[in-house]
Design a protein around this ligand. Structure first.
Ligand code: PMP
Length: 428
C-alpha cells in the first residue's frame, strides 16, 4: 500500500505549501468519533475537522438525508429556481436564533462568506462604513475577513493591503491581564480618536474566541457591548461559525450572555460535514439589501440544506446540546488530574463551554510564558498514539479539544487516557 509518508511526499510535490497540514495522517474513512488512515490505523477524533462533524462522522441520519436528496436534485441555484428545503431550513434557523425579534436567513457556502455577507448587510442597513473587530479574533481567509482577523502569522502574512475602515479593540482575557474594563476603555478611546460611533456600521466578535485560543466572552462585557451598539445604532454581529449548533452546550454561544445579536454567522457544525453557511438576523436588518445583492452559485445548496435539516433533527432527538455540557464536564475533571501532575506546565483549563475545551500550556506556571514547544510535542505524541487533537491560540500554546457531541463516555475516557500518556511522554 501507499502509506502516509508517500502521500505526504506526493502532497508536498503536488499541492501548494501554503495549504499545509497539521499531521501527516491521510484519512481513508471515518465513522462517529473514529477515523482510519490509509495504512488502516485507527484514531479517536477529538478534532471533528475543526468543529464540523458535531453529530459525528457520517451520522446515519445525515447520510441518508443526503442520499435521499441525491435522488431528487443536486443543484438548481437558489437565485434562479429555489427549493423547499432552503425555506424549511431558514424557518427553523429563524426560530432557533436567540431573541424574540423576527428573523430572516440568507445562505452561502463557507464561514468566511457568511462573515463577508454579514458586513455587507450591516453596511447596507446603516449606511455607515466602520467595522470594529477584536484582537485575536478569527473570521476567515478572504480579504475582508482577513482584515477583521486579529492575528498576523500565518493568516495575514504578506497578503495586504486589506480593506479599509476596519478598527480593532482588545478582547478581554482576564488570564492575560486584559479586564472587561480595559477592553471597554480602549473601545471608548477608539470612538473618541479614530472612529465616530455614528459612522460605525458593525461590531463583530466570537462569543467564544476559537482560533484565538478558546476564550469565552465575559457575560458582563458582552452585555455592555450590546448596550453600546444599541446606543449608537451599531449592528452587533456574533460570529458563531465555530461555536454554533450545540458545540458550546447551548445551541448558540451568545445564549450564555443572554443577548440577542443583530446578525449571526454560522457554518461548520451546521451540516455535519457538508458545505453550507448562513447569516441569520433581525428581519429588518437582513432585508436592507435589495434583491440580487446577496447570493452565490452554490449558496445554500440542496445537499447542504438536506444535511443541515438532518443535523438539526439529530441535535434535538439525541439531546446533543445538553450532552455537550456533560462532555465538557468530563473533560474538565480529567484535565484537572493532568494539571495536578504538571502544575508548572498547564496555566489554564477552559472546560465550561460544552465540548469546546482548551488547555493552555505554559512554563513555570505563568500565563505570561507560553509554551509552544511543549504543545508541538504533545500533538505529535497524541497523533502517534492514535488521537487526533488540534492547536490554537495567539501564541500557539493552546490545545483544543472539539469532540463530536455523539462521542461516548468510553471513547472520551480512552482518548483522555491516550492524552495523559502523550502528555507525560512530551513533558519528559
Ligand atoms: N469564523 C470563525 C469564528 C471560524 O472559526 C472560522 C473557521 N475556523 C471562520 C469564520 C471561517 O470559516 P470557513 O473556514 O468555513 O471560511
Amino acid at each position: 500500500v501507499v502509506g502516509n509518508a508517500q502521500w505526504q511526499e506526493r502532497k508536498d510535490a503536488a499541492m501548494a505549501r501554503g495549504e499545509g497540514n497539521l499531521a501527516p495522517i491521510f484519512i481513508d474513512r471515518a465513522e462517529g468519533s473514529e477515523v482510519w488512515d490509509v495504512e488502516g490505523k485507527r484514531y479517536l477524533d477529538f478534532g471533528t475537522g475543526i468543529a464540523v462533524v458535531n453529530t459525528g462522522h457520517l451520522h446515519p441520519k445525515v447520510k441518508s438525508a443526503v442520499a435521499k436528496q441525491l435522488d431528487h436534485l443536486s443543484h438548481s441555484c437558489i437565485m434562479i429556481t429555489p427549493y423547499a428545503s432552503a425555506v424549511e431550513l431558514a424557518e427553523r434557523l429563524n426560530t432557533l436564533a436567540p431573541g424574540d425579534t423576527p428573523k430572516k436567513t440568507m445562505f452561502v457556502t463557507t464561514g468566511a462568506e457568511a462573515v463577508e455577507n454579514a458586513i455587507k448587510i450591516a453596511r447596507s442597513h446603516t449606511g455607515r462604513r466602520g467595522i470594529v473587530a477584536f484582537d485575536g479574533g478569527y473570521h476567515g481567509r478572504t480579504m475582508m475577513t482577513l482584515g477583521l482577523t486579529g492575528k498576523v502569522a500565518p493568516y495575514k502574512t504578506r497578503f495586504g493591503p486589506f480593506p479599509g475602515e476596519i478598527y480593532r479593540a482588545p478582547y478581554p482575557i482576564a488570564g492575560h491581564g486584559i479586564s472587561d474594563e480595559a477592553s471597554l476603555k480602549a473601545l471608548d478611546t477608539l470612538f473618541r480618536t479614530d472612529l465616530d460611533p455614528a459612522d460605525c456600521a458593525a461590531m463583530i466578535l466570537e462569543p467564544v474566541q476559537g482560533e484565538g485560543g478558546f476564550y469565552p466572552a465575559p457575560t458582563a462585557w458582552l452585555r455592555r457591548l450590546r448596550e453600546i451598539c444599541d446606543e449608537h445604532g451599531i449592528v452587533l454581529i456574533a460570529d458563531e461559525v465555530q461555536t454554533g449548533f450545540g458545540r458550546t452546550g447551548k445551541m448558540f454561544a451568545s445564549e450564555y450572555a443572554g443577548i440577542e445579536p443583530d446578525l449571526m454567522t454560522m457554518a461548520k457544525g451546521m451540516a455535519g460535514g457538508f458545505p453550507i453557511a448562513g447569516v441569520v438576523g433581525k428581519a429588518a436588518i437582513m432585508d436592507a439589501v435589495d434583491p440580487g445583492g446577496l447570493g452565490g452559485t452554490y449558496a445554500g445548496s440542496p445537499i447542504g440544506c438536506a444535511a443541515a435539516l438532518a443535523v438539526l433533527d439529530v441535535l434535538e432527538e439525541e439531546g446533543l446540546v445538553e450532552r455537550a455540557q456533560a462532555i465538557g464536564a468530563r473533560f474538565g475533571t480529567a484535565l484537572e488530574g493532568v494539571q495536578r501532575q504538571y502544575p508548572h506546565l498547564i496555566g489554564d483549563i477552559r472546560a465550561d463551554r460544552g465540548a469546546m475545551i482548551a488547555l493552555e500550556l505554559v512554563r513555570d506556571g505563568s500565563m505570561a510564558k507560553p509554551n509552544a514547544a511543549l504543545l508541538k510535542a504533545v500533538l505529535a505524541e497524541c497523533h502517534k498514539r492514535g488521537l487526533i487533537i488540534l492547536a490554537c491560540g495567539m501564541y500557539g500554546n493552546v490545545i483544543r479539544f472539539l469532540p463530536a457531541l455523539t462521542i461516548s463516555d468510553e471513547q472520551i475516557d480512552e482518548g483522555l487516557g491516550i492524552f495523559g500518556e502523550a502528555f507525560a511522554a512530551a513533558a519528559g
